[in-house]
Design a protein around this ligand. Structure first.
Ligand code: PBG
Length: 332
């Protein structure tokens, strides 16, 4: 008798789902603390932990508090922390000179963390927005974000961060040619061991709103970032950007935002095989936190499910503001 006419279901998928040990034996994907990069916001001052109103549970920390956070991250087994500076108006200029000041906030934080917790990897952001009077990631001339002049500035920024001891540089600016330019500058200046995690498939997304509040860029930003970030409608263009950045010397690539772009996570991993990260961005975090705060969803469960889904979609890891909370749950 053909199986499909048998008096019982030919395949009882429920057998492998029936108990926790069977589910554990047949689970295809694992989420571990090794998959986490924790983005944190640095501000000036001393002893400060200042809440970010659009990101409940997230604070801006002064450098001494960042060091405490780094110690905590390392103790939890999180492999890397990613620094984003909060800057107020006084440091923002048209040419963004503060971006490559060896003693700027980010570079001071890198040195402090590497001195205190050398085994924690420090990732940085390379883009001019925190230091730009226009709030843009690039230098603006006559209303246009100029590409090549911006790349020259980004190279200076990258070298200052590498000099300070950054392990992973994260160019998030979406200028053309920046990965190759940064890679050759690193080689020329004795930093051949520094990793580049390119924000390669970075879309012009409305999900970054809370982040721009957190770094103090919302007020400054004139217009939008559509002339350099990818149109959310474009899949093939995103794949070409990833291919280009890998060919220019990126060691790892990122898809950003995360949850609405899981199709690209899968495709990037399958096509290129390179270490692939997703950024679960501020708006994704804020949505989960807001629904959980209202009692509409179970925050812990949704958090863990969302992160597992990045892994299932092919990501090697995720940048997530939930990192310490996830780590605490996973370590239990
Ligand atoms: C800066 C940068 C942004 C994010 C990371 N780096 C904002 C932007 O491009 O406007 C967003 C991160 C988030 O929303 O969590 N270039």
């Amino acid at each position: 008798m053909p199986a499909n006419q048998a008096p019982f279901p030919a395949t009882r998928f429920r057998r492998n789902r029936a108990s926790a040990p069977l589910r554990n034996l047949t689970r295809e994907t694992e989420l571990s603390v090794n998959d986490l990069i924790w983005p944190v916001f640095v501000r000036d001052g001393d002893g400060i932990e200042e809440p970010v109103s659009s990101m409940p549970g997230v604070v801006r920390r002064s450098v001494d508090k960042i060091m405490q956070a780094a110690v905590e991250a390392h103790a939890l087994g999180i492999p890397a922390i990613c620094l984003f500076p909060y800057t107020d108006g006084s440091l923002k200029t048209e040419l963004c000179e503060e971006a490559w000041n060896p003693d700027n906030l980010t570079n001071r934080a890198i040195r402090a963390i590497k001195a205190a917790v050398p085994d924690l990897a420090v990732m940085t952001d390379i883009a001019l927005d925190p230091y730009n009077a226009n709030g843009h990631d690039g230098i603006v001339r006559d209303g246009v974000i100029v590409n090549d002049e911006t790349v020259a500035a980004l190279v200076k920024m990258a070298l200052a961060q590498a000099d300070a001891g950054a392990d992973i540089l994260g160019p998030s600016d979406m200028m053309d040619g920046r990965i190759g330019a940064i890679r050759s500058a690193l080689e020329a200046h004795g930093h051949s061991g520094v990793t580049i995690l390119s924000y390669a498939a970075k879309f012009a997304s409305a999900f970054y709103g809370p982040f721009r509040d957190a770094v103090g860029a919302s007020g400054a930003l004139k217009g939008d970032k559509k002339t350099y970030q990818i149109d959310p409608a474009n899949r093939r263009e995103a794949l070409r950007c990833v291919e280009r950045d890998l060919s220019e010397g990126a060691d790892m690539v990122m898809v950003k935002p995360g949850m609405p772009y899981l199709d690209l996570c899968r495709e990037v991993k399958d096509r290129f095989g390179a270490p692939t990260y997703a950024y679960q961005v501020s708006g994704e975090y804020a949505m989960i936190q807001a629904a959980a705060a209202n009692g509409w969803i179970d925050g812990d469960k949704v958090m863990l499910e969302s992160l597992m889904c990045f892994r299932r979609a092919g990501c090697d890891g995720v940048l997530t503001y939930f990192a310490p909370r996830v780590a605490r749950l996973l370590n239990r």
